[in-house]
Design a protein. Structure first.
Length: 257
């Protein structure tokens, strides 16, 4: 029914109907829109101007993939001069990384070219377009073409199961000394986590992170909304990623740093 609704009802009309159909969520959207002023509110990319036509609340609020905040805190002082974002989507991590590490350049790979306009827009809005190298699909040959740059880079990988093929140090030797943050999609491709851990266990320290529930107290704008009992379920929905499957991430840190 939801798919039919989105196909039959024009976007402008859905926007008008949304506050009526879901008044509490509509109220939170207004609250977030007013206080964010078009920038990410919290998290490692706080302050990033965000092109958010649909007001993606978890990203605007900075609670998107909150499980990884400690990872970015851990890596903040590492001497990365390049971030390679593979599966960049609309550019949240690609552009955010250039604000998180102001001396870094970013190579962003995104095979779906419809996202490229958004990535370029975000880079321009945040004055980092000179440090962005936007490319298409990424495969083993793409990584090998980067040569030694991969070995000293931070790789952020979200490729819906293709990580099982792509992250192979036998095919891309520079991966043995790269730092890699990868979302593993065992729900799409069986054995992703096990295969990657086996390949990198001799060369890397491996930390595992699992998706988890959100709590109303994590609403970053701290207001009566997060404390009011009748609003708490809506607040939790607003700061959640809306995942239908339990996801996980692996942080691979080279032992010889």
């Amino acid at each position: 029914m939801r798919t039919v609704y989105h196909k039959l009802v024009p976007l402008f009309l859905r926007r008008l109907l949304h506050p009526i159909a879901r008044p509490k969520l509509g109220l939170l959207r207004l609250h977030a829109h007013y206080h964010s002023k078009g920038a990410v509110v919290s998290g490692p990319f706080a302050g990033m101007k965000f092109n958010n036509k649909y007001l993606d609340l978890p990203k605007i609020l900075g609670t998107y993939e909150i499980e990884l905040h400690e990872v970015f805190d851990r890596l903040r002082e590492r001497n990365f001069h390049m971030v390679v974002d593979i599966g960049a989507a609309e550019g949240y991590y690609a552009v955010g990384a250039m604000l998180w590490k102001k001396e870094c350049s970013v190579i962003a790979y995104e095979g779906n070219s419809t996202y490229h306009e958004s990535i370029r827009y975000l880079a321009k809005a945040n004055n980092v377009e000179a440090r962005l190298d936007l490319r298409g699909l990424c495969n083993e040959e793409s990584l090998n073409s980067l040569g030694h740059q991969v070995s000293k880079a931070l790789l952020i990988v979200d490729v819906e199961g293709y990580e099982k093929i792509l992250l192979n140090p036998d095919a891309v030797p520079a991966l043995r000394t790269a730092t890699i943050l990868v979302e593993v999609h065992d729900c799409f491709v069986e054995g992703c986590t096990e295969t990657i851990m086996k390949r990198f266990r001799d060369s890397h320290e491996i930390s595992s992170f699992k998706s988890r529930d959100r709590y109303a107290s994590e609403y970053p704008l701290g207001s009566v909304f997060s404390r009011h009992r009748l609003m708490q379920s809506t607040v939790i929905k607003a700061i959640s990623d809306g995942r239908t499957e339990l996801n996980g991430w692996l942080l691979l840190e080279p032992k010889d740093r």
